[in-house]
Design a protein around this ligand. Structure first.
Ligand SMILES: [Zn+2]
Length: 254
């Protein structure tokens, strides 16, 4: 029986990277930001402790002035997380704000509104990155993102191409640390370490798009202070490795 723990598997994968002289980038995105909260403060202090800045996906229609002030103080960049974070798909389909059910013209309107709102509120803190709610976006909208001034897209799981359309860079997340199906809570450090090990193994062994960075995905509103401690513990393991570069989102989306 395999009794290897998540941390052991992670250490083993890191050692493999070292011995094969391979190098991986890992970055971090946090979703569903609307306003300052204790949860956000907990996340920011972990970010300081590990010296890694997340990209904060902000819901434009709900972004508050207090949030702008706080993020300006901390100098943390944001992305656009839909407009209202509404689901417009019928019940029989998977949730999406920018799925294929709603007319594209209505989606363009929302896109334009959200961009204008974030530019006005956040100025240069807003990197022109679009994070569609539920990580779903229809192809037609993707094709037109650059014409609205959006230069990057971030969803979940391995990207099909680094540049899905000219002028648009895609940098995805791969390790979701929330268990959405069962308990809707943090999966724990062991499982997080195990999932990262799995992604490192995928990257080490795959032949195409070997440059795709691995993205961690968090939802600060769901995570407790103890969850963040565990998250930090895993990140500190990654930080010790010279084969892994924990990368700031500005390096991709700036
Ligand atoms: Zn969301």
């Amino acid at each position: 029986m395999n009794l290897e723990t998540g941390f052991q598997r992670l250490e083993k994968e890191i050692n493999r990277l070292d011995s094969e002289n391979k190098y991986m980038e890992i970055w971090w995105r946090d979703d569903d930001l609307e306003a300052p909260s204790h949860s956000l403060e907990n996340m920011i202090s972990v970010s300081d402790n590990i010296n890694l800045t997340p990209l904060l996906a902000v819901v434009p229609a709900r972004a508050s002035r207090q949030l702008v002030n706080l993020l300006n103080q901390c100098n943390i960049n944001i992305a656009m997380h839909g407009l209202n974070h509404y689901n417009y798909e019928p019940l029989t389909r998977k949730k999406a704000e920018f799925g294929s059910f709603r007319p594209i013209e209505a989606q363009w309107k929302d896109l334009e509104k959200g961009i204008g709102h974030l530019e006005q509120l956040f100025g240069d803190l807003f990197l022109k990155c679009f994070v569609p709610p539920w990580n779903r976006i229809n192809n037609e909208l993707t094709k037109t993102l650059p014409s609205f001034g959006i230069s990057s897209l971030s969803t979940f799981s391995s990207r099909k191409a680094a540049t899905p359309v000219p002028g648009l860079l895609q940098v995805n997340t791969h390790v979701d640390v929330i268990d959405w199906k069962e308990k809707r809570r943090f999966i724990g450090a062991e499982l997080m370490a195990d999932k990262i090990a799995g992604e490192l193994q995928n990257c080490r062994t795959r032949l195409i798009d070997t440059l795709e960075p691995i993205g961690l995905l968090t939802h600060h509103l769901i995570m407790s202070i103890d969850d963040w401690k565990e998250f930090q513990e895993v990140c500190l393991v990654l930080k010790k490795s010279t084969s892994i570069n924990l990368t700031s989102p500005i390096n991709y989306f700036g």
